[in-house]
Design a protein around this ligand. Sequence first.
Ligand code: ZN
Length: 422
Amino acid sequence: MPIFNPAVETLDRKALLDLQNERLQIVVNQAYSNVDFYRRKFDEAGLSPDDIKTLEDLKRIPFTTRKDLMENYPYGMFAVPLRDVVRLQFPLGLYGNPIVIGYTRKDLEIWRELVARVMAGIGITEHDIIQVAFNYGLFQGAIRFNQSAELIGAAVVPASIAPAEVQLRIMKDFRSTVLASTPSFALHILEVMQEKGIDPRTLSLKIGLFGAEPWPDEVHRFIEANWGIKAYDIYGVMELVEPGVAGECMAQAGLHIFEDHFLPEIIDPASGKLLEPGKEGELVLTTLTTNAYPLLRYRTSDVTTLRPEPCSCGRTLARMDRVLTRSDQMITVRGINVFPEKVQEVLASFKGVGPGYTTSVAKKKGMNDQLKIEIEASAEIMSAGEEKREGLRDAIHLALRRAIGLRVEVELKRAESRDRRA
Ligand code: ZN
């Protein structure tokens, strides 16, 4: 099976541990010396960077959370001067109290290799034509596919958000061999193909590289069986690199984590206690090589299981199970992350609504998944005229759209009495 960087990807575990140990000490020192936030955290915990000598000592370092990143917006978490930063990215869905992540040229080079590792690992070569059907505007990781494909020599068609019919036309005419998209968009294209009676065998597509949202095994099997392609998962964390933290290999038995750059741990999300390999919990990552935006023990909120045992593909890098659930209430709709804090913040700016609300996603297996939010409103609002309520719904709709970047269906409902404490 093809391996892009065999020296690292098949490195003996002992040598990998040594490499991680060495890199951990460097990143801890850099974070301590250059990021006030980490210096404060270490000092408060009575910890010196010299105390972190091996991976065993890692658990003494306090966690970093998304809240920390928000509180240190914009540049508080940066470990290099801005002149060394060549890319600034901000995850969508976090307008309002956002975060911004910086990358040095070196960071981008590493990132480019990581996605190339995934591509090469699933058999993509210079003979392939990769149709990238991610939303280049909303999903900033999309451009990564272009740059990493160049490294391999494959051709890229940035089809972006063209409708399914156009995607199919491109696929057929250009003889695309790889589709990179969200799994839900792939399903949508597949459905359109079935509606139009297009036989998948008339296309040249062999491989699907899917990510940026959770997809259960049923979807995976459905796509493979009905399209006749191999579907692989690529995983990323927007606060580190997305995509590119991990990717499936041809063995399709979990996603290899690029442990030479990211150190994984699994914790119990409630207690923060470290869990044994093989136990399901929240994934915590420490960046080992990141220059601009080092993160120590970053809580990803993604729930998975680590599998350190060797893989039949020959890679020694540990694998993680596909992420299907989160330890927070974040939901993903059409590849866009919607955070509960964000929704609450928007609701707080309106009188007489919230804080109670429920969300639901009408799954349409495609681009048109619709987020619906039912918001509790005061008795006064509920007994006001329909015209007034409609005005309020429209205003909330607009504010939510601005805040999370998605069109949201807004409903108002009578607040449960227990939630209406003064
Ligand atoms: Zn493997």
